[in-house]
Design a protein around this ligand. Structure first.
Ligand SMILES: Nc1ncnc2c1ncn2[C@@H]1O[C@H](COP(=O)(O)OP(=O)(O)OP(=O)(O)O)[C@@H](O)[C@H]1O
Ligand SMILES: [Mg+2]
Length: 382
C-alpha cells in the first residue's frame, strides 16, 4: 500500500521508494555485517539513523541471512527496562513464528517466564511482561545472549540510543554487555546514538569497555544533488512540479537536516494539487506556518528556561551557528553578561539537548524552535 504522502515523517522507514540515497552508508553497513564487524552509527538527532538501519534490514542480502531485531533504548532508564524492551522485541518477532518458537525462548530465558501467560479466553499464549516481573536482570541478559547465540540463523541486533546505558543506575552494565558482545560468534550488532559526546566517550575512550570495539559510521545530511531529483520525482508522480529553486530554499534553510526537510516537503506536497507548480513564496509560507503551529509548545518550553539560558538561546538563534560562545566577542556582540555566565548556561542547555554541538559549532537542536526564537526575540525572519 502506498503512503498517503510520499514524504515520510511519522515513521523511520516505509520502503526503498521513499528512501533517498544513503548508498555509501548502506553499502558500508552491509559490508560490516557480512564481514562480522559490529558498527557504531552516530549522527545528530533526526538525521536518519533508524531509517538507515531499517533500510539495511530490508535489503534482501540481510533479510535472507539474518534474524533482525531493533531495540530503542530512548525510554530505558535501567538495566531492567532494557531487558523489558529486549524481551518484548524478541517475543514480538516470534509471535508470527508460532508457539513452539516462543516456548523455546522461554525455555532458554527462564528468568522471563513470568511474562509468558496463557490467555484463558482465547487459549493463546502471550508475552505480557511488566517491569516488576524482571527480578534478575543480569541473569536475563545472560540468558538472552545464550538464546540469540543458539539461533540457527545468525542474529543481527540494532540497539538505538545506546548511550542511555551509560546512565543506568546499576553498576558496570557497559562492562557486562561488552563481555557478552565480545563472546558472540553468531550475533552481530549495530549500536547507534545521537549524543555525540557520550557515544564518542563510550567507543573512543581507552578506559571505556567498548573502546575501539566497533567500526564507526557517521551520518551527515543527504547530498543536495541527490535529494533534489528524489523529491522532484515524487512530486512529478502526482503531477506536481518542484523546481530546483524551491528545493534549494528548503534544503539551505535547514542545511539538509533530514526530518525537517521531509517535514517541509510533506507539507508542500500536501497543499499542492496535480498540475500545480511550487513557488518560493509558497515554501516561505510553509516555514511560517510550521513555526506558528509549533509556537504554543515553544512558548511553553521557553517560559520554563532560566533567564541566562534564554539570553544565550536568543543569541545562538540570532547567529544560527556559533563556534566560540564563551568568547568576549560573542558575549559583547550579543550583550550577554559574561563568559562564565554563558559557560554555565551552555552546559545546562547542552546536557538537556536544547543545544547541539556538531563540528565544533553550537546550534539549537530543534531547527523550528530556533526559527521561532529568532522570529519572536531576535527580530529576524525565519
Ligand atoms: N534517506 C532518507 N530518505 C527519506 N527520508 C528519510 C531518510 N532517512 C530518514 N528519513 C526520514 O527522516 C526522519 C528522521 O529519520 P530517523 O527517525 O531515521 O532519524 P534518527 O536519526 O533515527 O532520529 P532520532 O535521533 O530521533 O532517533 C524520518 O521521518 C524518516 O522517515
Ligand atoms: Mg532513531
Amino acid at each position: 500500500m502506498s503512503p498517503l504522502n510520499p514524504f515520510i515523517i511519522t515513521s523511520d522507514y516505509v520502503s526503498d521508494k521513499y528512501f533517498c540515497d544513503r548508498r555509501f552508508e548502506t553499502d558500508a553497513l552491509i559490508a560490516n555485517i557480512l564481514n562480522g564487524r559490529n558498527t557504531v552509527l552516530i549522527s545528530p538527532r533526526r538525521m536518519g539513523k533508524s531509517g538507515l538501519v531499517s533500510h539495511v534490514f530490508a535489503q534482501k542480502v540481510i533479510a535472507s541471512r539474518f534474524r533482525t531485531f531493533s531495540i530503542d533504548l530512548y525510554a530505558a532508564n535501567s538495566l531492567s527496562e532494557m531487558i523489558l524492551f529486549l524481551g518484548r522485541t524478541i517475543t514480538d518477532s516470534l509471535k508470527s513464528a508460532g508457539k513452539k518458537r516462543l516456548e523455546r525462548f522461554f525455555q532458554m530465558v527462564q528468568s522471563l517466564r513470568p511474562g509468558f501467560k496463557l490467555d484463558h479466553v482465547t487459549g493463546q499464549f502471550r508475552f505480557d511482561l511488566a517491569l516488576g516481573d524482571i527480578e534478575r536482570p543480569r541473569d536475563s541478559l545472560e540468558e538472552i545472549f545464550s538464546y540469540l547465540e543458539s539461533s540457527e540463523t545468525p542474529c543481527l541486533v540494532a540497539v538505538d540510543e545506546f548511550q542511555q546505558i551509560a546512565d543506568f543506575p546499576e553498576e558496570n552494565v557497559l562492562e557486562l554487555l561488552r563481555t557478552y558482545v565480545q563472546k558472540c560468534k553468531n550475533t552481530y550488532f549495530i549500536f547507534s546514538g545521537s549524543k555525540r559526546r557520550m557515544m564518542d566517550k563510550i567507543f573512543n575512550n581507552p578506559s571505556e569497555p567498548f573502546y575501539m570495539s566497533c567500526v564507526p559510521l557517521y551520518l551527515d545530511a543527504i547530498d543536495k544533488d541527490l535529494y533534489y531529483p528524489f523529491a522532484a520525482n515524487l512530486f512529478a508522480e502526482a503531477g506536481k512540479s518542484l523546481g530546483r529553486d524551491c528545493f534549494d530554499r528548503i534544503y539551505d534553510k535547514l542545511e539538509g537536516h533530514t526530518w525537517y526537510v521531509q517535514h517541509i516537503l510533506n507539507e508542500l506536497y500536501g497543499r499542492m494539487s496535480s498540475g500545480d507548480e511550487a513557488t518560493v513564496a509558497s515554501v516561505d509560507g510553509i516555514f511560517d506556518y510550521v513555526v506558528s503551529i509549533g509556537s504554543r509548545g515553544f512558548e511553553e518550553r521557553f517560559s520554563n528556561i532560566a533567564q541566562s539560558q534564554k539570553a544565550l538561546l536568543i543569541a545562538i538563534a540570532r547567529e544560527g551557528k556559533v563556534s566560540a560562545p564563551t568568547s568576549m566577542d560573542f558575549v559583547r556582540r550579543n550583550a550577554l553578561k559574561s563568559p562564565s555566565t554563558v559557560q554555565s548556561a551552555l552546559k545546562i542547555l547542552y546536557e538537556n539537548e536544547t543545544v547541539t554541538r556538531e563540528n565544533s559549532t553550537y546550534s539549537i537542536t530543534n531547527r523550528f524552535f530556533s526559527f521561532w526564537i529568532r522570529r519572536v526575540y531576535a527580530g529576524g525572519g525565519i
